[in-house]
Write a new protein. Structure first.
Length: 179
């Protein structure tokens, strides 16, 4: 399926739109999983500041891509780069991928993933992992892309413990964008 959205590299001026997608998707995906109080305290301003720092920092290793609808509105984003915590087998990481729920199942998530994969491959990285909350039903998306469940770990969000699951790809070339 081809994506009906336009995928492009994000720019600093996208920070507020990315923050909106980030917060709105967290609230939609994690309501009933993560404490409501935590979700209600999420801040568009703090999230936008974080993304502006990513774009402005010369030390940033993040590659960020956005998906735009026909009106140029940001409806999703993905970011990735070299793996953040040393791993003997996986050298690349899809740090995050978020898409507004009304745009699911249209190939946009696949296209955003492909954009990050393209950058990883351009950097000589051919393996990738992603961490996702075990209770998030959307994590099955990674299995649909051929990700293999690798391991679990406990993380803390808002003072509560949650289980995260790692999915890995030993060869990301099948996920690459058409060139």
């Amino acid at each position: 399926m081809t994506s009906p959205a336009r995928i492009r590299e994000a720019r600093e001026e996208d920070a507020a739109a990315i923050a909106r997608v980030h917060i709105d998707t967290w609230r939609a995906a994690y309501r009933g999983i993560v404490a409501d109080e935590f979700l209600d305290r999420l801040s568009y301003e703090r999230s936008a500041t974080h993304f502006r720092e990513v774009f402005m920092s010369p030390q940033s290793r993040d590659w960020v891509f956005v998906a735009e609808d026909d009106h140029g509105e940001v409806i999703g984003f993905a970011c990735g780069g070299p793996v953040r915590e040393a791993d003997p087998a996986y050298k690349g990481e899809l740090y995050a991928i978020y898409l507004l729920p009304q745009h699911h199942r249209r190939g946009i998530g696949r296209a955003l993933t492909a954009a990050v994969v393209g950058k990883l491959l351009d950097s000589g990285i051919t393996t990738m992992l992603i961490w996702a909350l075990a209770a998030n039903p959307s994590r099955m998306f990674y299995e649909s892309l051929g990700g293999r469940r690798l391991r679990e770990r406990e993380i803390t969000i808002g003072g509560a413990a949650y289980i995260e699951v790692a999915y890995g790809w030993d060869d990301i070339t099948p996920l690459a964008p058409a060139r």
